[in-house]
Design a protein around this ligand. Structure first.
Ligand code: ASP
Ligand code: MG
Length: 423
């Protein structure tokens, strides 16, 4: 029996009862002969509450202090969890990210892990302890300041530790039974996926699926760490995410893995752009210099009479203001007429490696949307994904329509959401 890393999210440890329930699960894994490392998130909505609090004392809290504050959330849960485990008669020790050897760059609020040196965790395990590690945090290599990895970063902590400790598996415990063919909060008939490739999981995460963070899946693929996403509220097998299905997961790869949606983006249209070389380059240079990541782009055919065209692109809503300001500033140099901003959009994506070799997937996708009366505004594709932008109000309906059209609906309402406020 090897080493397992288990990660418990905020909804799994939302209160004292939750912590005691999780402690029992951890002890069971230990009794089964595993060495157990646990990564834990802050209790319930603690992180959001700390953010609200910070914003009440300062509209733009300093990055260093903000990180110091937010890491307190995970420290609370790690200490309580260690106490609960000791109360069950087993040895446990808790460690901050810094103590666990999670070394990051020094970009506050969204630091990247650059090294993991888990010496103290190894020692704790060798001495027979269960090691509990605070997720979502580390220490910067140069300044030795406390950093955080960005919202939802505990998943990344777990995979990074699993890689550094050469774990058998990284188990991510959450408030649903695994990865579903669509968000079970939107599609009641969503089906649990038994196994999914890193490749498809990365596309789902990039397209708005929230169950696993993109960065965490990327890390797992790079180090080839199998992830098992499962519920801490049930004993069911969850979803295995790995290169190849193993043993009991022997299943045929589905043509379509799932339907993801995202309502966190906005659309900017640059109206009246001169149709000549260098214009798109200038527009996207201005946006890139403001450190904004864009997603989809469309350029309309220019009307021959005017020689002007429109260029639309999507970006995170949170970056909308910054992008508009950057483009306004560059307006003289670029030479366009005006800007339009629209944040009432949503994106629906169909993901599956099987679409590479199955003709007709795109046609069926558009047919399903048209049957549901959903109008398409932008389209983008990759080898294993088709995405469209629609009105935000149409998104839920569109997801359900596409899910049905591709035969993904389960016969029963098996998707259970056990906890969490979805905040
Ligand atoms: N507590 C942090 C958050 O809510 C990190 C995490 O949950 O993974 O974003
Ligand atoms: Mg959380």
């Amino acid at each position: 029996m090897g080493l397992v890393v288990q990660k418990y999210g905020g909804s799994s440890v939302a209160d004292a009862e939750g912590i005691k329930r999780v402690a029992k699960r951890i002890v069971d894994a230990k009794k089964n002969g595993h060495q157990v490392v646990v990564v834990v998130s802050a209790m319930g909505d603690t992180t959001d509450e700390l953010i609200d609090l910070a914003e009440q004392v300062s509209p733009i809290p300093a990055g260093r202090e903000f990180d110091m504050l937010l890491t307190a959330g995970e420290r609370i849960s790690m200490a309580l969890l260690a106490m609960a485990i000791k109360n069950l008669g087993h040895e446990a020790q808790s460690f901050t990210g810094s103590q666990a050897g999670v070394i990051t760059d020094s970009v506050h609020n969204k630091a990247r892990i650059i090294d993991v040196t888990p010496g103290r965790i190894r020692t704790a395990l060798d001495e027979g302890n269960i090691a509990i590690v605070a997720g979502f945090q580390g220490v910067s290599q140069d300044k030795k300041d406390i950093t955080t990895l960005g919202r939802g970063g505990s998943d990344t902590t777990a995979v990074a530790l699993a890689a550094a400790l050469d774990a058998e598996v990284c188990e991510i415990y959450t408030d649903v039974d695994g990865v579903f063919t669509a968000d079970p909060r939107v599609v009641k008939k969503a089906k649990k996926i038994d196994w999914i490739s890193f490749e498809d999981m990365l596309e789902l995460a990039a397209s708005g699926s929230k169950v696993l963070l993109h960065r965490c899946v990327e890390y797992a693929r790079r180090y080839n760490i199998p992830i098992h996403v499962r519920s801490s509220f049930s004993g069911l097998q969850g979803t295995w995410v790995s290169n190849e299905p193993q043993g009991a997961q022997k299943v045929e790869q589905a043509i379509i893995s799932g339907v993801a949606h995202d309502t966190s983006e906005a659309k900017i249209t640059v109206v009246g752009v001169p149709d000549k070389p260098g214009e798109a380059a200038a527009i996207f240079r201005a946006v890139a210099d403001a450190e904004i990541n864009i997603d989809m782009i469309v350029q309309n055919v220019s009307a021959a009479s005017t020689g002007l065209t429109d260029i639309s692109f999507t970006l995170p809503k949170a970056e909308g203001r910054k992008a508009i300001d950057a483009l306004e500033k560059a307006k003289g140099a670029i030479g366009f007429d005006s800007l339009r901003y629209d944040d009432q959009i949503g994106k629906i994506s169909l993901v599956g490696a099987g679409m590479k070799t199955n003709p007709g997937v795109t046609a069926d996708f558009f047919k399903a949307l048209s049957d549901a009366g959903v109008n398409i505004e932008l389209i983008s594709t990759s080898e294993i994904r088709i995405s469209v932008v629609t009105r935000a109000d149409d998104v839920n309906e569109a997801v359900r329509a596409v899910h049905s059209a591709f035969g993904l609906d389960s016969d029963s309402d098996e998707a259970v959401v056990y906890g969490g406020t979805g905040r």
